[in-house]
Design a binder for this molecule. Structure first.
Ligand code: NDP
Ligand code: OXD
Length: 310
């Protein structure tokens, strides 16, 4: 009964230390170590080489994702059939994402980019911005991350709405859902924050068609996935003034190629997919709790619904 670990981003030694503390009874192995692949029952991975989980580990029981988003895993046509995928839900991701959303909503709200340009130009000019209760923030996605971000935005007194796949009720948040709620949600959104998973239903959703339904000069923050956005449409909407600014943490191709015009666009704030990073200690705590559930004959929490894709 072994757990195998694979990630090009996360530190194996950190994870191994924390996991050993959490589940000393489960032997750990790095993907590149020599070992008995037939003993592997659990995989803890981020972007493993496609096809390899199925090819190497015939007795795999659960695939634990090191990230909250599982689109890359589910995109693997050779993912082992019938092996449940468990997504990452843990405190560091939640806290990090809420910090990111609050930071950038406030920057857009207070027109900080313009003030910084004025500083560079040596220009002293007050910009009067509305107060938070008069700024309508729309969250696409009100899941684990969206709900926490919504609480922080409400504490700052923003007027917060959400758009989800199924009806969701969070006190203080005006909820919209599905195709029938989309127009009304967009029409009342000054700052659009995307915390959606990438699925067949959400791919390319941040397009001209959506930007045109936002109030003119709306701001956009996408910390969900790059595949949600049509980059040419974002550039066109920024250039036409339909969008005032875009804050983009995620891209279809990562790292974003140096020749991509988004790098140098004057109305774009670009961050390198670091809105929220899984913590090894907090993450291992959650994975450990899930592994203990499995060892006790229970189901782990946060199993992905393969039909919905998240
Ligand atoms: P959850 O699964 O908890 O929440 C997903 C939310 O999206 C739910 O509210 C869900 O609706 C909604 N949703 C899904 N599909 C649709 C659809 N077709 N139409 C409308 N709403 C939809 O995910 P998390 O909050 O944990 O994470 C969200 C995403 O954030 C991840 O999938 C990942 O891509 C991204 N992420 C990015 C990071 C970064 O650093 N940039 C870090 C971590 C995550 P419903 O409530 O009805 O189910
Ligand atoms: C995640 C991510 O999904 O890092 O956790 O994007």
């Amino acid at each position: 009964m072994t757990l195998i670990f694979y990630s090009a981003n996360d530190r194996w030694d950190d994870w191994a230390d924390h996991l050993r503390r959490e589940v000393p009874e489960i032997p750990l192995c790095h993907w590149n170590d020599d070992g008995d692949d037939t003993a592997v029952r659990f995989a803890l991975v981020w972007n493993p080489p496609p096809g390899e989980l199925r090819r190497r580990f015939p007795n795999l029981e659960y695939i634990f994702s090191l990230g909250a988003g599982v689109d890359a895993l589910l995109d693997d046509p050779d993912l082992p059939e019938g092996v449940p995928v468990v997504r990452m839900v843990e405190e560091a991701l939640v806290i990090g994402m809420t910090e990111y959303v609050a930071l950038h909503v406030l920057r857009l709200h207070r027109q900080q980019r313009e003030l910084e340009a004025q500083q560079r130009a040596g220009e002293w000019r007050q910009i009067a911005t509305p107060l938070a209760p008069d700024r309508r923030v729309g969250l696409m996605g009100l899941g684990v991350l969206g709900r926490d971000a919504a609480q922080a935005l409400m504490a700052l007194r923003f007027d917060v709405a959400s758009w989800t796949r199924t009806p969701r009720k969070v006190p203080g948040v005006t909820g919209f859902h599905g195709a029938e709620g989309f127009d009304a949600f967009l029409a009342r959104t000054d700052i659009l924050v995307t915390l959606l998973p990438l699925t067949d239903a959400t791919r390319g959703i941040l397009s001209q068609n959506v930007f045109a339904r936002l109030p003119r000069s709306a701001g956009l923050i996408n910390a969900g996935r790059g595949g949600l956005q049509v980059e040419e449409d974002i550039i066109a909407a920024l250039d036409s003034g339909q969008l005032s600014e875009a804050v983009l943490d995620v891209f279809s191709t990562e790292p974003l190629p140096t020749e991509n015009p988004i790098w140098a666009h004057p109305k774009v704030t670009l961050t390198p997919h670091n809105a929220a990073l899984t913590g090894s200690e907090t993450g291992a705590r959650e994975v450990g709790a899930n592994l203990r559930r499995v060892l006790a004959g229970e189901q782990p929490h946060n199993i992905v619904n393969p039909k919905a894709g998240y």
